[in-house]
Design a binder for this molecule. Structure first.
Ligand code: ADP
Length: 261
């Protein structure tokens, strides 16, 4: 059992509670004729220590959902919270601090600084925030993402997969409440992608991290514990213990529907 006092395990909330929650969340872009309902009354919870993939056709609202839940975009109605903190009522400064302290981000482009070595890139957000690095935690993260021998290397001396693992370690270094990844393996070949997804899964299994990724790839989704499917701004399916085959079958359903509608 993981408890909040166990060393090396995230301590912010007990297992089984929601790390992030959207309640009746809607997001509308534009007005009048050009209005687009990107999210239509979405309610979803991401449980602590769970790895979730968000899937759905292009334009179904995946990025919007992630951005609203990560406090990167405002909501039109409804609410979004990280842990116990409601985002929609936070003023800019508090929202910025919450994003910095409670949320880790991994993007498709690795966004590493070329002049810093791997370790310096990993600790940069903490250094900027003036926070002390928790050395034991950092060692564990570096170990989990398999970078121990590479910390002095600059990004240009690392493969794409290794660079994205540095970005994963950077996202985990502050012990965030939740890590959001927007197509985190979209720029990687399949072997490097598998490495990164394996490390993300390890961070969930071994460090009790909570991870949510947006992906188009059924194989990537199969690393998750759960797949949430969006279509037209609504959640249309929620699959536990996904396999690439099951996910592919479900996606074919969307394509068939798209052809007849
Ligand atoms: P996905 O990530 O599933 O491809 P998005 O969340 O990017 O979908 O987009 C959902 C819908 O909202 C789409 O119809 C898209 O065109 C629209 N949309 C997204 N961002 C904006 C924006 N900044 N302004 C206007 N419409 C937007």
């Amino acid at each position: 059992m993981t408890t909040s006092t166990q060393p090396g395990v995230l301590a912010t909330a007990p297992a089984g509670t929601a790390a992030a929650r959207a309640t009746d969340l809607s997001k509308v872009y534009g007005t009048g004729e050009t209005q687009v309902v990107a999210l239509d009354h979405v309610s979803v919870e991401f449980l602590r220590g769970e790895f979730t993939a968000i899937m759905g056709p292009s334009g179904s609202g995946k990025s919007t959902l992630m951005h609203c839940m990560a406090g990167l975009d405002s909501v039109s109605s409804g609410s979004a919270s990280i842990g116990e903190t409601e985002l929609t009522t936070l003023k800019d400064k508090k929202l910025t601090r919450l994003r910095r302290d409670k949320i880790g981000f991994i993007f498709q482009a690795f966004n590493l600084l070329p002049t810093l070595n791997a370790l310096e890139n990993i600790t940069l957000p903490l250094d900027i925030a003036g926070r002390k690095t928790d050395r034991a935690w950092l060692d564990q993260v570096v170990d989990t993402v398999g970078l121990s021998g590479r910390l002095k290397h600059r990004p240009s001396q690392l493969s794409g997969g290794q660079q994205q693992r540095v970005a994963v370690a950077r996202a985990l270094a502050s012990r965030p409440e939740i890590v959001f990844g927007d197509e985190p393996t979209g720029n990687l070949d399949s072997r490097s992608g598998a490495e990164v997804l394996g490390f993300l899964r390890n961070s969930v299994r071994e460090l009790n991290q909570t991870v949510v990724i947006v992906t188009h790839d059924p194989v990537a989704a199969s690393y998750a514990d759960r797949v949430v499917f969006l279509a037209d701004g609504r959640i249309v399916d929620d699959m536990a213990a996904p396999t690439a085959e099951k996910v592919l079958e479900r996606m074919k359903g969307f394509e068939a529907k798209g052809r007849t509608s």
